[in-house]
Write a protein that binds this ligand. Structure first.
Ligand SMILES: NC(=O)c1ccc[n+]([C@@H]2O[C@H](COP(=O)([O-])OP(=O)(O)OC[C@H]3O[C@@H](n4cnc5c(N)ncnc54)[C@H](OP(=O)(O)O)[C@@H]3O)[C@@H](O)[C@H]2O)c1
Length: 407
């Protein structure tokens, strides 16, 4: 087996292109290919299909690589209605934008979550559209992304072409064991997006400053210890952990040195003890990405807001109820939902409105978590996001706002 490929012929370390837009993006992707990356990941929603296509064609035209040696993935935009025709149109559009004859892999970026059993039908139809594109030789492989076990269960009932991968958020601190076990059992490869233990992008964006929490702490204590032992960076250790778990990590960087670094992971093996230590990091990101279901709902409501077919107060109540329901289900999902809520607020409000939303949201949290630690924890995170302009004393919660680890 080629060390750079797994049993399914997928180059083991993928190159992510989220945020690699424009001229700089094209240059970064060309550099990545020159430096040895053969697996490039894009999506309709990243708006980097053009950049990927341009870079790939440049590299082929200049004899840097042959098309057959590249493995290029794109994904159908989940924020549009999806179905059979839409899937075929999406593939045609991706190919046109990229200027390529075929893609190696095409994914349903997020599962559809239309109400009732409609989501099952829509996921099935979308997948059928992608199957048609495989039959027409526009795609070599198809798969899914961010599918949970219930979405996969449903899809596998009707799929004629087995999904090659499920691309999901995976890292030592976010291991999604149940989902990974499921995929392993069903012979679906897990691609790991955001495999680096990453800082709080959302917080940074909103507040313009960094707030560190458990992620960085873990980074410092355990990853650093293992990094030192192998003389590798924490990113290399994380990438290697993914590979040894059988995942296909997709890492993005715009920096040439880091491109080299992230690919330089084939000259060492983590021993079992260190794998176990990394396994023990499994917790949850303080700001996990949005769970597929809630993400779709949020999008749907954003649309409605834009169309002015619902009003904000009503939407807030509805979402609050939904979050409540999720909170009762499990901590995992509630966390997802809580933070899934944030982009909605972020995109739709100015600072004063934010204040209004925050005050509306607190009673929901209080009701669910009463006065226990979890409530404080959630509230703290929420407040971290929104309070810079809202003075501590104005929120009379009677709890300590700053956990010890941040003092
Ligand atoms: N399917 C999905 O829903 C989904 C969701 C998110 C992402 N993805 C895919 O997965 C790819 C990777 O995810 P991601 O971009 O969110 O996260 P990532 O690759 O884990 O991390 C990217 C960040 O880490 C930095 N970085 C990369 N290598 C580094 C190194 N060796 N040392 C220090 N910093 C380093 C990059 O900064 P610099 O660029 O400045 O180096 C960038 O800020 C995406 O690009 C996308 O293709 C898929």
């Amino acid at each position: 087996m080629d060390i750079m490929k797994n049993d399914s012929n997928i180059p083991i370390v993928g190159f992510g292109t989220l945020n690699l837009n424009g001229k700089d993006g094209i240059e970064a992707i060309i550099n990545a290919i020159k430096l040895g990356y053969r697996h490039i990941d894009t999506a309709q929603t990243y708006n980097t299909e053009y950049e990927v296509g341009k870079a790939v064609r440049y590299c082929i035209d200049n004899n840097i690589v042959q098309r057959k040696d590249l493995f290029i993935t794109s994904k159908i935009d989940p924020h549009r209605p999806i179905g059979y025709n839409e899937a075929i149109n999406a593939v045609n559009s991706s190919l046109e934008i990229m200027g390529l004859d075929y893609l190696d892999l095409y994914l349903i970026h997020y599962p559809n979550i239309a109400p009732g059993s409609e989501w099952k039908k829509l996921n099935r139809l979308t997948y059928e559209g992608l199957e048609e594109c495989v039959n027409n030789k526009k795609l070599k492989n198809i798969g899914v992304s961010n599918f949970m076990t219930h979405h996969l269960d449903e899809l596998l009932k009707t799929a004629k072409i087995h999904p090659l991968v499920n691309q999901i958020h995976l890292s030592p601190i976010w291991q999604q064991k149940e989902l990974v076990d499921y995929c392993n059992k069903k012979n679906i490869i897990c691609c790991a997006w955001s495999p680096r233990i990453r800082p709080f992008d959302i917080v940074e964006n909103i507040l313009g400053r960094k707030v560190y929490g458990e992620i960085e702490d873990l980074n410092n204590i355990i990853l650093n210890e293992i990094s030192k032992k192998y003389d590798k960076s924490s990113t290399q250790i994380t990438i290697k952990w993914c590979i040894q778990k059988g995942f296909v990590p997709i890492v993005k960087t715009s920096d040439k040195q880091r491109m080299v670094e992230n690919l330089n992971v084939f000259d060492f093996m983590l021993d079992n003890q260190d794998i176990k230590k990394l396994d023990s990091l499994n917790s949850r990101p303080v700001f996990p990405d949005i769970a597929p279901d809630i993400s779709y709902t949020i999008w749907a409501y954003q649309q409605k807001l834009q169309e002015k077919t619902i009003d904000k107060k009503w939407m807030l109540k509805f979402l609050g109820l939904q979050i409540l329901t999720y909170m009762r289900k499990s901590e995992f999902e509630s966390n997802y939902c809580l933070f899934g809520f944030i982009p909605l607020i972020k995109t739709k409000t100015d600072k004063n409105k934010t204040k209004y939303y925050l005050f509306n949201f607190i009673p929901i949290l209080k009701k669910v978590h009463k006065n226990d630690q979890k409530y404080k924890y959630y509230l703290f995170n929420l407040i971290q996001l929104f309070t810079l302009k809202i003075k501590k004393e104005t929120i009379n919660t009677g709890i300590e706002l700053v956990p010890n680890y941040l003092k």
